[in-house]
Design a protein around this ligand. Sequence first.
Ligand code: NI
Ligand code: MN
Length: 225
Amino acid sequence: MKLTFYGHACFMVETAGKKLLFDPFISGNDKAKDIDIQSIEADFILISHGHGDHIADLVTIAKNTGATVIGMLEVTNWIEKQGYDKVVGMNLGLMQAEFGSVRMVPAQHSSSLPDGSYGGNPAGFVVTTADGSFYYSGDTCLTMDMQLIPRYGKMAFAIMPIGGHFTMNPDDAVIAAEFAQCDKVVGVHYDTWPPIAIDTEKAQKAFADAGRTLMLPGIGETITI
Ligand code: NI
Ligand code: MN
């Protein structure tokens, strides 16, 4: 599978011949100013929760690409109100999709939309296709629920926030990787703003000391995992 990082918590995974874009927030991120959102392709867009730093460019990219947007029902209801109705609202649980399956799993965080409306529960995703499975925790603290992830199969990799303050920090993410029994973690949701600035070398060492790998692709970089 191929993963392209677009800054903050936005990334695309190419799997089973489909492009799955997660949590599009680019134009409001100074660090991602070299990314042209008009050039981003997507077949599906998956949304973990309603906060602006996860959906700011959603409607623009959805309209550009015609992608199907998958998210919590309260979030997809809001998207429809923005004039985009190619959405699949779901809730925590397993759903079959064209590319495989999507399991929406709990995240411990909050979720409201830009207009202040209720966003339902925040969530993470376990995506399974013919190419394998991966786990995106979404914005969350470390939670015991992550111990359920191995029940859903061996994750080829996981994407986890590591910036602290609003989410897990690197030390929490090391434990989360152990809970999820995942050897390779792509770190996101760090260094975008001062409160979530981290020492990346120290973070990678913490993972290495635990026998795991923390991957930190540059903004715009594509890695194969
Ligand atoms: Ni959030
Ligand atoms: Mn966030």
